[in-house]
Design a protein around this ligand. Sequence first.
Ligand SMILES: C[S@@+](CC[C@H](N)C(=O)[O-])C[C@H]1O[C@@H](n2cnc3c(N)ncnc32)[C@H](O)[C@@H]1O
Length: 338
Amino acid sequence: MAVQPFPSPLRYPGGKLKVANYVKLLFTLNNLLDGDYAEPYAGGCSVALSLLFGQYASRIFINDIDPDVFAFWHSVLNETDALVKLIADAPVHMPEWRVKRHFLDHPLDEDTLLQRGFGAFYLNRTNRSGIIRGGVIGGQDQKGKWGVDARFNKPELISRIEKIARYRDRIHLTNDDALVFLKNLKPKLQKRSLIYLDPPYFNKGEGLYTNAYGPEEHKDVAKAVAQLRTPWIVSYDTTERILELYSKFEKIEYNLFHSAANHVDEAHIVKLAAAAKAAQLRLESGITEPATEDKEEPKPRRRGKEVMFFSKGLLRPDRIDDPSGVSAKQLNQLSLAL
Ligand SMILES: C[S@@+](CC[C@H](N)C(=O)[O-])C[C@H]1O[C@@H](n2cnc3c(N)ncnc32)[C@H](O)[C@@H]1O
């Protein structure tokens, strides 16, 4: 199940590629392999694509309310050749950057999804941290260490786009509000499914994304999540309010950018394998209640800047206390054992 390290052509602020291996472990441990995977706040889609390419999920449902992000993914899936040609032919310099910025800032009814999608991609690859409405790499005067074209490796980006397009039949793209998406999703998902919600940050959301939430909206999301019947995970920046909203659920707090090594030994791998088998048996016999060991008191966890919450009954590799620190080697060892 080897996967190229960067499945997404977008650089995404708050992108969660680092937790992809952990989500793969959740898939294996909870007997979700070949199931569906859904992300209501998909952004750069790197976790979803990683699961699809690694043959963990058989279908992915990706949704984002941002019209520019949607236009990009729509173009990848439905206008691949035209998008690839635009990228191949694009000059990557400041005069063109200014054209693209003006274009995205002044939308017209006659703009096509391809034009908008390409504009969003261009700014994502040429702006600092991939923030579409942010500042250009190297600054307006281009006196920085890196220039506007530093992250615009055309052959590599085109190859990622073409690979995604080859999977188009398994990718379901929408442009809805997350709560509407969740409502519509229910009848489409098969029994083995996982939903990963990565809403805009509570504190830093504004400025990073075109669409951010206010405190009331975060509360509405928590309410909708609590009603989900499909297994889910939610990730956030750690704030008192978010901890309070999800206080009924198990959680791991971690630091997305400074991951500590996870402690996994042979004995633990054996234990995980047994847990996965038990999950399989419970699923086959129609039992949806969590196993007794799932109800154990959660061990105290290291506090960090990010937090991940888990739906009740979702088995997780309990000695891995940093979802962003699962290496490919650990994933392979554990997957073989499971
Ligand atoms: C933290 S980012 C998600 C990043 C993503 N997990 C990744 O790895 O790239 C949050 C995303 O939610 C989207 N968003 C904001 N409000 C939304 C809403 N009401 N419904 C759906 N998406 C929304 C933003 O456009 C942004 O792409």
